[in-house]
Ligand binder design. Structure first.
Ligand code: HEM
Length: 209
């Protein structure tokens, strides 16, 4: 869980920073999107490193879900009889209880998101438009429900990350520094949520057009 989670967190940090390039204008953002496709050129053919990244990401998502299911099965096998009393476990809080459904919502979001921003199938500008045009068209005020869906998904990503990071710290045996690490996990999650939501909100209120 922790290794695949770490790969996904690194991707999220890079993706969030890349998205913020929208504030530098259309040319800068499109140039960055172009660079994603030409990374490693001319030594490597276009899309080589991007395709490797996509394969690693897909494997990370599949293995992350597989680990979640096998860990849940192992936990159920170790304790087939439910506890009589619902004691608050050490890992309490809202995020803990939303990992499973939060994960499913994030997966559904990623499917919609790829159809929207990568393939353009559900985007008003379609797949042939530039990435900047797709972003601006996708978050227009008339499509407020899309922005709302992104907002809900990003909050889910934030909760998922906060709990996931904290759990990874525990796996690594760092839980003794409880307060600092818990606050650290919360801070990383909050920065990512705000960073991700900046672009859709800026388009929605007309700051980016
Ligand atoms: C408000 C938040 C987000 C915005 C505005 C956004 C925007 C974008 C855009 C514009 C692209 C297309 C880039 C291109 O074609 O060059 C993209 C691709 C992608 N995004 Fe996001 N994204 C957001 C959040 C997320 C999150 C939270 C995830 C994962 C949980 C994610 C996963 C992906 C993936 C897997 C791709 C495809 C990368 C590829 O082409 O291989 N995105 N995103």
């Amino acid at each position: 869980m922790a290794v695949t989670g770490a790969v996904l967190v690194l991707f999220l940090v890079a993706h969030m920073l890349g998205n913020l390039k929208i504030f530098l204008g259309a040319d800068s953002f499109n140039h960055y999107a172009e660079w994603l496709r030409t990374m490693g050129s001319p030594a490597l053919p276009n899309r080589t490193l991007l395709t490797i990244t996509e394969i690693v990401l897909t494997l990370a998502v599949v293995l992350h879900m597989w680990s979640a299911v096998s860990l849940a099965r192992r936990a159920a096998k170790a304790r087939p009889v439910k506890y009589a009393a619902r004691r608050r476990s050490q890992a309490s809080g809202y995020a803990t209880h939303t990992m499973r459904y939060g994960g499913v919502i994030i997966l559904l979001f990623v499917i919609w998101h790829l159809l929207d921003m990568t393939f353009g199938v559900v985007n008003p500008e379609g797949g042939d438009a530039t990435p900047y045009a797709r972003m601006v068209a996708g978050f227009q005020p008339s499509r407020w429900w899309v922005t709302l869906f992104y907002l809900v998904a990003m909050v889910m990503v934030g909760f998922h990350l906060r709990h996931g990071l904290w759990s990874a710290f525990q796996t690594l045996g760092l839980a003794r520094r409880y307060r600092a690490l818990k606050a650290g996990a919360g801070a990383v999650a909050a920065v990512l949520v705000v960073g991700f939501l900046a672009a859709p909100v800026a388009v929605m209120i007309g700051v980016v057009k």
